[in-house]
Design a protein around this ligand. Sequence first.
Ligand code: CKU
Length: 618
Amino acid sequence: MESLLYPVRNRFRDERKLDGLWRFSFDREEKGEGDGWTKGLPKSAINMPVPASFNDFFTDKESRDYCGTFWYECDFYAPAKQEGKKTYIRFGSVTHRATVYVNGVEVGSHEGGFLPFVLDVSDAVNFEGNNTLVVKANNELDETTLPCGNVSTLKNGKKLVKPYFDFFNYAGIHRSVWVMTVGEESITDYDVITETVGDKAVVKVRLEAVSASGKSLKGSAYLTDRSGCQICDAVFEMKHDEEKGVYSGEACFEVDEPNLWDIKNPYLYGIEFDLLSDGQEIDSYEDKIGIRTIEIKGTDILLNGKPIYLKGFGKHEDFDIIGRGFNYGIAKRDFECMKWIGANCFRTSHYPYAEEWYRFADEEGFLIIDEVPAVGMMRSFFNFMDAGSGGKYTYFFETDTVPKLKENHLNAVREMITRDKNHPSVISFSLFNEPETISTFAHDYFKDIFEYARELDPQKRPLTGALEKTSSPDKCQCYPFCDFISLNRYYGWYISGGSELSDARELFIEEMDKWKALNLNKPFVFTEFGADTLATEHKLPSVMWTQEYQNEYYDMNFEIFDKYDFVKGELTWNFADFQTSEGTFRVAGNKKGVFSRNRQPKDIAFKLKDRWENTNNL
Ligand code: CKU
């Protein structure tokens, strides 16, 4: 069973979180396996919180910047053995890859640091006593991994990771770990498609299950309203799909006078699936769904048939000390800040976030552009500034790396869509961030990525990808794949900043006029624009990096957005200041935040609040 369903606990299923204080060791010489660490870490292992990045707990550089293999260990007691049940370990994510051992037995591995994986540990678990769970993890990057990067070796022999992207390469067990018990005959997946017809909603549901014994299965489902009252039910005839080795069935609900899920009233219905064999209930799964439609019509993005304008942010999973580890408190503060400022949307730049973000957004009424970790497909993040002036267009040429890169990319797309497809908050999938898009190689590569995603998403949501400036209207070969065009633009920052702002304005208009002339009849969304700003700096008249300049920069950008009626969204870069690799381009991190890293507003936040709350046409 490879079921990515979020863990639930009910009369057929058990889930327990293994979060807490684990044991941890770096493995600088790659000796762990030879020294038997698969059975348990050495005495020298140190304490390490899970979930969290390991990096910023340390007070020495060598540990913070560690690049290579590292190990985690914890003890757990499995839920009691039950006939017909299997035991699984589920990781929300391990960055960037992991191999897992239970009591010394290898139970599986996973590549990719931002999506969950589930391993069957039934045969390795001791149900009578304590179990040792060991994770061998690694944070190295190369040109086939998502995200892309490489590893260099210093003269002293120390390895250093070189990300081709602009965020710190945080690593560790970033999300919750669960031990779960699920039946051998069980629900493994479901899809929901919602449509509205007049004052009715049609909810089409597909249920998927496995039956280890080959016994025939039947499914049923019912919907409940907010007060828990059952409002309709359906029965599934489950048919065996030989090829996939699963059973699946479809059913349809009709909901009279539905409460549609939207930004102001994010109404969620309860859905419960029951699985039956020989008339006996053998499994059930509960979740919440929203009834809403999302589509593109001409230059409009329609939510429930009404045009919307996206207002919000590109974000990061990033915070002081815990790095990229998920924390409900920080998510709560972020949602409060986003509500306060009048935002309605965020992009999970540049990777799928912890599942809890999406569940939270469903509840709070936020729209999400969900992005796969395809970032850095330009060899270095500096390339977005110099690629336009010559040369480095070759990311998709090298045949020895591209097949593996593509395989990883397709896998991440599959895992992301499988995990997130039922969230009403997810209005779009973004399949890349700023790759090279102007060669025929890039065209052919992304053609397949988009086709695959279209096939996989039951809701057929709009697809997009964030384009940087070398993906210009006359050169970009990949924008035709996008249902709406996402632009990352820095006129007034990387291009003609400071006293040259008036030139930036003209260059910006020049580019926008070219897009306009293409008459694409598609919405455009700015998925990035922003200026680095130190929360401490003020200067009259402004200079770059001051809060005054951030305001002027935004004013110019808003003027341009408002000039073109096909612009249907503005997601600033970034919600908050965030950690990056060190270097001359970054002042202890990227400072383009509208909020500081500890989530306090810069001056620009008040301008945005005013615009987003009070401008009628947005
Ligand atoms: C951002 C063309 C801009 C690329 N964009 C990517 C994003 O990850 C960076 O943080 C630029 C920046 O430079 O602040």
